[in-house]
Design a protein around this ligand. Structure first.
Ligand SMILES: Nc1ncnc2c1ncn2[C@@H]1O[C@H](COP(=O)(O)OP(=O)(O)OP(=O)(O)O)[C@@H](O)[C@H]1O
Length: 493
């Protein structure tokens, strides 16, 4: 019976395609099947009666197998799919799924362990290979996505920069068109007196640098002309000289003109608008009548002068602009600082390189040159031919004290050309020299200026602007005259 049973048992074992070993309670091999011997290249002699770990020259001394047989199986009757990976000396690396079961022999205290071994090396290898491929592809995809994301960001930044540049160019173009409307002439500065030669020298000294310049001098002495000369001799000459007259607008409008505004920043701000600082990025900003800049705006200007940074109205985003500032004023800024009307720190920042324009009365030798230059230009424009400037006319022009300086000379010559029907220049105005007592009156410049403006206003029945107005006689533009009237407390009685 026993023999017959063993034969049947052997046959069953032999017919199973998976390698199988039967172990006794000491973990020695009782039986193994053909598939086991074949798969693991061992013979029955090397296997039967041998401790499983010692099979094939201790090739089966595998820590994971020990774990299964010594820790897991004593606690469980069976355990399936216990994965063991091992590099066999004879057959190389194998991945095995072990299915172990404990078998009791009825009535006796003997127990057997049946160990079925599934060789999953190929399948697992394939699966792992696939997993590796998926992993690699995922990594490649992530890397590609990152690159795409980066180039998308780069493209977006480039686009933003292009947009910004476009906006700046458009604002600059609009600004230039306004400038063209002003029919600004770019003629040279006329003069050969030592005073004007010194101005030329200073222009040449500073033009090529990025230093801020402060141009001082009475009205009409050519401060703007000098600002334009500095800009056109500088490295920034290919861009526009952007101009802002600080006396021309009320405080809140100056702020938005200088720094720009966002849409909806204030009532009437229907769209975003770039300020003069942004338009002048990389160029020069000419701040005319800087002495009129309201006190509340001076800290903001100081901030840009110091850091090149500012914010548009209605925005907290800081904008950086590389702007060279040329400021001009006909006020005595030092006096304004003393009176608390101009910030000292701003004055220091602007006053790094001052250029003072000499008044025309201090350089009478330039008058004949200027007269020739303007008579020629005005008569050409009017289609007249004026060949002769009588000595008496020239003497009168040289003797006059020119409170409105070159601008006044220009206006007087224009009226003279209109007034002249032949080749001889006839003055239309009577050039009154100031009374001596007036000079010795001990009055301040502001008082004299006030009296003169009031006198002219009375003469034209308080007509501030337009034809035959005080602005025309004084050679000032109307906003400058209005600003000056405000400053000097001049009101129509
Ligand atoms: N040296 C000069 N040669 C030729 N033209 C001059 C000279 N100086 C001034 N002018 C002319 O006089 C006019 C006034 O000059 P400009 O506007 O530069 O003076 P300003 O000092 O800036 O005046 P304001 O203080 O009123 O702004 C302009 O038409 C300018 O062309």
């Amino acid at each position: 019976m026993k023999k017959a049973f063993m034969e049947i048992f052997d046959r069953i074992m032999g017919s199973i395609r998976e390698p199988i070993v039967v172990l006794d309670s000491d973990l020695k091999v009782l039986k193994a099947n053909h598939s086991f011997y074949q798969t693991f290249s061992v013979s029955p002699e090397q296997t039967e009666g041998v401790l499983i770990y010692d099979i094939g020259n201790r090739q089966w001394n595998i820590p994971k197998l020990r774990e299964l047989l010594e820790d897991i199986i004593p606690q469980n009757t069976r355990f399936h799919d216990f994965e063991v990976e091992h590099n066999f000396e004879t057959i190389g690396p194998k991945i095995m799924h072990l299915n172990a079961s404990r078998i009791y022999r009825k009535g006796k205290q003997v127990q057997l362990i049946l160990l079925a071994i599934e060789d999953v090396t190929e399948r697992e290898g394939y699966k792992r290979n696939l997993e590796k491929i998926v992993e690699n592809r995922t990594a490649e995809l992530n890397a590609a996505r990152e690159v795409a994301e980066k180039s998308k960001n780069r493209a977006e930044t480039a686009l933003q920069q292009i947009e910004k540049l476009k906006e700046q160019l458009e604002a600059e173009r609009t600004y230039l068109q306004e400038e063209i409307k002003l029919e600004f002439n770019h003629e040279n500065i006329v003069g050969q007196s030592n005073e004007i030669k010194y101005v030329f020298y200073k222009i040449e000294q500073i033009a090529g640098t990025d230093t801020n310049v402060l141009i001082l001098g009475e009205t009409g002495t050519g401060k703007e002309l000098v600002a334009r000369a500095i800009h056109s001799l500088s490295l920034r000459k290919d861009r526009a000289l952007v101009k802002m007259n600080c006396a021309a607008l009320p405080s809140n409008l100056i702020e938005s003109e200088l720094f720009g505004h966002e849409r909806g920043a204030f009532t009437g701000a229907l769209c975003r608008r770039l300020g003069r600082f942004e338009i002048a990025d990389g160029a020069t900003l000419f701040l005319d009548e800087i002495g009129e800049l309201p006190l509340d705006l001076q800290p903001k200007l100081l901030q840009v002068v110091q850091t090149g940074e500012f914010e548009r109205l209605g925005s907290s985003e800081t904008i950086k602009a590389d702007v060279r500032i040329i400021a001009a004023t006909n006020r005595n800024l030092e006096e304004e600082v003393r009176m608390g009307r101009f910030r000292e720190d701003l004055w220091y920042r602007l006053n790094i390189f001052p250029i003072t324009m000499p008044p025309l009365r201090n350089r009478p030798d330039d008058i004949p040159l200027l007269v020739d230059f303007y008579v020629d230009r005005i008569s050409k424009r009017m289609g007249k031919s004026i060949k002769l400037i009588p000595v008496s006319v020239m003497n009168a022009l040289r003797a006059y004290h020119w409170p409105g300086n070159v601008r006044e000379l220009e206006n007087i010559l224009e009226r003279a050309v209109i007034n002249s029907s032949g080749p001889k220049l006839h003055l239309a105005d009577e050039l009154k020299t100031p009374r001596k007592d007036f000079i010795r009156s001990g009055k301040t410049l502001a008082e004299v200026e006030r009296e003169y403006i009031v006198q002219v206003l009375e003469q034209v029945q308080w007509k501030v602007s337009g034809k035959n107005s005080a602005a025309e006689i004084l050679g000032l533009n109307r906003s400058t005259l209005r600003a000056r009237m405000r400053k000097l407390h001049i009101r129509k009685p």
